[in-house]
Design a protein around this ligand. Structure first.
Ligand code: GLN
Length: 461
């Protein structure tokens, strides 16, 4: 049984390697939930999906693409898995990711990189960390997939693989049963080719969950307002107009802006100065939270354990962690522990202050009030309904280019997140829609105004 399960993980984790195989064997490797056959007419009946392998499922293993968890069987299903089963969707596999969600390429994984199915000749990265989920949908293996997005992990791979990726408002979708990376930022989101399907899945998952202490409460859900105006004011944050953008991505961005203008929407350039500090703020906060979260993996209670007898308990834990956590994960633990230690000064607190400034600056450009921050009757005139930027700097690099660049300096790979981390830090809903040059267009709306993103995406396609 174990061999079969790890075989399945291996196949599905490299989403691309599954493309040329028939679907049947994969379906048969996952035991289906009996509830699926009980009703015929539920909102997601007839759909199939793949879940990122950091979302726990009772069937099979949940590895987070880590050697540490390669033998981990969850005793329960994540809330999102239960909700999808209740609504008629069939889970057909678990997908590859950067270990514990740390990365932007799906190359930092125990199961080997996920190759982008968009380009068969040159082996390009699929983006990360939900690269397996995006590649699987791009290759037509399932109707949709679930990913997680902490700082861009749904939007970047969606952009690189030419599919749509939604990161909802922080707290909208339950994270009960999601292996935590950085819990003040982690969200579960949806990847698909069809915006109607994504919206249906979103409606299914958009529920308060008492098991998740960060779940948006029923009261807040009833207070959040949506944009219903036909003609929108769309803001272009000047901090996103950066030199590093590929010419073709700039052109495409402009092309879509002109397309939306011709539909009657207005545009204005806005400034959100703290966007410039987002990347350093994100990596300070995310690594600190990760270091704390990942301290649970000692290989004693569960997870990878050394065969050799060790002289002491601490030697055992050290050797379990050193041998089974990947290099990028170890780097983040070291960075995070440094941030949390007294020698770093007050790095963590300073980063939280910058984050608050960023939240306020984002809020200042939106017309709708932020339900958690201000009077909900307050509508600010002449402000924006939506913000627009590219999702990535250009099309995906080849695996070789990416690895060489990362080997030169690991910070180079962190630069990929420059366009996606700002809305993650602010907890705002964001969607990536494919552009023709192999990158994506990112749309961001006010806290809680997720529905506007579906409407605008329909106008773009
Ligand atoms: N690339 C970012 C990181 O490594 C974002 C990852 C994510 O959203 N899970 O932290």
């Amino acid at each position: 049984m174990l061999t079969r399960i790890s075989h399945r993980s291996k196949i599905l984790c490299n989403a691309y390697s599954t493309v040329s195989r028939p679907l049947d064997p994969w379906n048969s490797l996952i035991s289906s939930d009996t509830r699926i056959n009980q009703y015929g007419d539920r909102i997601l009946s007839g759909t199939t999906y793949i879940a990122k392998d950091n979302i726990v499922t009772k069937d099979g293993v949940t590895t987070s693409a880590s050697h540490m968890l390669s033998n981990y069987h969850s005793p329960f299903n994540a809330t999102v898995i239960e909700l999808l089963a209740d609504n008629g969707s069939s889970l057909i596999g678990k997908s590859n990711l950067d270990e514990f969600g740390m990365g932007s390429s799906t190359t930092n994984t125990y199961y080997g990189p996920t190759i982008n199915p968009q380009d068969n000749d040159e082996k390009r990265i699929s983006g990360g960390s939900s690269g397996g989920s995006a590649a699987a949908v791009a290759a037509g293996l399932a109707t949709f997939s679930l990913g997680t997005d902490t700082g861009g992990s749904i939007r970047l791979p969606a952009s690189y693989c030419g599919v749509i990726g939604l990161k909802p408002t922080y707290g909208r979708i339950s994270r009960w049963g999601v292996v935590p990376y950085a819990q003040t930022l982690d969200t579960v989101g949806i990847i698909g080719k069809d915006v109607d399907v994504i919206e249906k899945v979103y409606e299914t998952l958009n529920k308060y969950d008492k098991k998740d202490p960060t779940s948006m409460t029923t009261k807040v859900r009833s207070l959040v307002r949506n944009t219903f105006d036909e003609k929108l004011i769309i803001g272009i944050p000047e901090e996103f107009i950066i030199e590093e953008l590929d010419e073709s991505t700039k052109e495409q961005w402009l092309h879509y802006i002109n397309g939306l203008k011709s539909l009657g929407h207005d545009f204005k350039v806005v400034s959100i100065p703290s966007i410039k500090k987002s990347l350093s703020t994100y990596y300070t906060l995310a690594t600190a939270e990760a270091a704390s979260n990942l301290s649970r993996y000692d290989g004693v209670r569960y997870g990878f354990t050394e065969d050799e007898i060790q002289p002491s308990a601490s030697d055992l834990i050290t050797s379990n962690r050193s041998d089974s956590l990947g290099l990028e994960v170890q780097r983040r633990i070291i960075l995070g522990n440094y941030t949390l230690s007294s020698v770093s000064g007050d790095h963590y607190l300073r980063a939280t202050k910058v984050r608050q400034e960023l939240v306020n600056e984002f809020n200042d450009v939106f017309k709708l009030p932020h339900v958690l921050l201000e009077d909900i009757e307050k509508v600010k005139s002449n402000k924006c309904d939506l913000l627009i930027s590219p999702t990535s700097m250009g099309k995906p690099p080849t695996i070789k280019e990416y690895t060489e660049n990362n080997d030169k300096n690991f910070l180079n790979s962190y630069l990929n997140d420059i366009l996606t981390v700002p809305s993650s830090l602010a907890g705002l809903p964001s969607i990536s829609v494919p552009m023709k040059d192999g990158s994506g267009l990112q749309l961001m709306s006010q806290y809680g105004d997720d529905e506007l993103l579906f409407r605008i995406t329909r106008q773009l396609l």
